[in-house]
Design a protein around this ligand. Structure first.
Ligand code: F6P
Length: 606
């Protein structure tokens, strides 16, 4: 892995312009766009402790005095819904069913000012090394800048725009070749199935987006995704495939990830064996095997030397850069499988969607800035209302992998106990994100959201126009999508307004059952609507959550772009592997519980 230093010993990044003169704990002077003031990077200065800011103190007092009552708030304030609904590109976002007043939002925006959210945001877009512990820029937003954007973006001597568009052109040219059939396998047949091999950000983004955009996929091409090192994954995903028409994409930022390299080797063996089985390969000929890999394997990575060492021709490799975090990489060459499936034109629309939200986040005043407000609301829910988790509930079956995708984005980014200067965090961070598509979730876990003892903020996501506008003729020409969305609207209404004991009684409920049927309401939700699940809207949704995650990280003072917490388990897996393979001395070095578990496992293995 390219990670260079242990956690807790952050490296100091190079400021863009030295000499911040910033005193820790006080907000730095923000740069005024258009002014001749020198831009001062605060990338490596200690984070401002949000909990010591005046806004935090005011929010604490405000929360103590607040008695959330959405019924009364809506009844007394007919303008509430309109005032707390915002549009960002194609996204229509209603925040009004959250447990906030206008004053709450004003205070949250003040908190953002106190921690210099705008300064940090601008530093990110500018390419300052805000990934402090890895001393890297954070430039996923550069991946979707349109060609020819003015002014251009040069960071650390790299012409970022030129490199991004050169690489995109390579991906598009390759995608076109595969889609048109110009790219041929060893027997001269065209590709029918693409298998993306990757894990984490090299899998979750591509598979989520592929599933979300299935209606845009080329009919004569399918994509499968192998991620787990559980050998059943590669076995199941290659089952039934014709090796002559199968193309593997090995996607790995580092090209050093155990799961991906193991699966890539298994896939390569599968290819050779299956090609030989159909008489398309002399398996004893190294040249023939190399030629087969050349036609059936491509790679996506930042480590092109390792790609070559694996046996994939670097000419068949697509690159990206260390300033793209794995969980922020679906819009880089990591999305090659998606670009093949939906084609370059649709992929361009996907990128344009991201960019539209980037521009909104970069330019909208914080009080109307949807990612900023949603990130601040999450801070409110976590730090002032005590929420531990956050549900994401897409009312769009094509978004069924979106919550899983968001789990890596949010939890790998903000699951931190130290701040970017290595000091302990000063408040709770990183809530647990989870979810399932509605209405399935309604029949599984919504009970707890409605009547449990925990506060669970939830984002409801839906589109107005489905890909399949089916009508239930037998039930009287019912538009099924409208019925589906009736559930969305009903759930958010029930969560907000609940049902009082008097209302339950009025239904004739026996007194001893009344309390079980009461819904307290005041369960916060955000509703996100879009016209349709187009490539652009999907890009907008992803960018929205990327920036929400960033906003929370800035308030908490954490580096949302490293992931040291996954390193220990990886290291131990390598150390334990010999013990699991039967090495007695390696087994003896393990703790008693691990020894016993491995011992039981070894006994059971036939
Ligand atoms: O283990 C965590 C992680 O580093 C993720 O951040 C990343 O998305 C995933 O592993 C896969 O890494 P790579 O793309 O380098 O194979």
């Amino acid at each position: 892995r390219s990670h260079r230093e242990p956690p807790g010993q952050p490296r100091r990044s190079r400021p863009t312009v030295v000499g911040s003169g910033h005193t820790p704990g006080t907000p730095p002077r923000p740069h005024r766009p258009g002014s001749s003031e020198t831009i001062v990077s605060t990338a490596s200065t200690p984070p401002i402790d949000a909990t010591t800011t005046p806004a935090w103190a005011d929010l604490t007092a405000h929360q103590a005095a607040l008695d959330p009552d959405l019924r009364t708030w809506f009844a007394q304030d007919p303008g509430r819904a309109a005032r707390l609904t915002f549009d960002a590109a194609d996204l229509h976002v209603d925040l009004s069913k959250n447990l906030v007043t206008d004053e709450t939002l004003e205070l949250l925006v003040r908190l953002a000012d106190d921690v210099d959210l705008v300064g940090r945001r601008d530093a990110m877009f500018r390419g300052d090394h805000i990934n402090v512990t890895e001393d890297r820029a954070v430039l996923h937003t550069a991946l979707r800048r349109p060609a020819g954007a003015v002014p251009g973006l040069t960071v650390d001597g790299q012409d970022v725009d030129a490199d991004v568009h050169t690489e995109l052109a390579k991906v598009y040219a390759f995608a076109d070749k595969v889609r048109s059939g110009e790219w041929k396998g060893v027997t001269g047949e065209r590709v029918r199935t693409v298998v993306n091999i990757g894990i984490g950000g090299s899998d979750l983004g591509p598979v989520m987006a592929y599933e979300a955009l299935l209606p845009y996929k080329a009919e004569d091409l399918d994509v499968r995704f192998v991620s787990n090192i559980d050998p059943t994954d590669v076995a199941e995903k290659t089952a039934g495939l014709d090796p002559r028409t199968t193309l593997f994409i090995v996607a790995s930022k580092t090209f050093g990830t155990l799961e991906t390299l193991t699966n890539a080797r298994l896939a390569r063996d599968w290819l050779w064996t299956e090609l030989a089985a159909v008489g398309a390969l002399d398996i004893d000929s190294e040249d023939a095997r190399t030629a087969a890999v050349g036609k059936h394997f491509v790679a996506v990575s930042t480590a092109l030397d390792k790609v070559a060492a694996f046996g994939i021709d670097p000419a068949n490799a697509f690159g990206f850069w260390d300033w793209v975090g794995g969980r922020y990489s679906v819009d880089s060459a990591i999305g090659t499988s998606l670009a093949i499936a939906i084609g370059p034109a649709r992929f361009e629309e996907f990128l344009a969607g991201f960019h539209a939200i980037d521009e909104h986040f970069r330019t909208a005043p914080l009080a109307q800035n949807v990612p900023a407000l949603m990130g601040l609301l999450n801070v409110w829910n976590v730090n002032f209302l005590g929420a531990h988790t956050h549900a994401v509930l897409p009312y769009a079956q094509y978004l069924h992998r979106f919550p899983a995708y968001l789990q890596q984005l949010t939890m790998e980014s903000n699951g931190k106990s130290v701040r970017w200067d290595g000091s302990p965090v000063t408040t709770e961070t990183g809530e647990v994100f989870w979810g399932e598509p509605g209405t399935n979730g309604q029949h599984a876990f919504y009970q707890l959201i409605h009547q449990g003892t925990r506060l669970i903020p939830a984002d409801f996501i839906a589109v107005a126009n489905p890909a399949h506008p089916l009508v239930d003729s037998s039930a009287g020409e019912v538009d099924v999508h409208s019925l589906f969305l009736a559930n969305f609207f009903a759930q958010t209404k029930a969560l907000a307004f609940g049902k009082t004991a008097d209302e339950v009684r009025a239904e004739g409920t026996p007194e001893d059952l009344v309390s079980a049927r009461v819904f307290s309401g005041n369960r916060p939700t955000t509703s996100i609507l879009a016209p349709a699940l187009t490539p652009s809207v999907l890009g907008q949704l992803i960018a929205l959550y990327e920036h929400i995650t960033f906003v929370q990280g800035v308030v908490w003072g954490i580096d949302s772009f490293d992931q040291w917490g996954v390193e220990l388990g990886k290291k131990l897996a390598n150390e334990i592997a010999p013990a699991v393979a039967g090495d007695a001395s390696a087994l003896a070095e393990q703790d008693p519980s691990t020894q016993s578990l491995i011992g039981w496992y070894l006994e059971q293995r036939s």
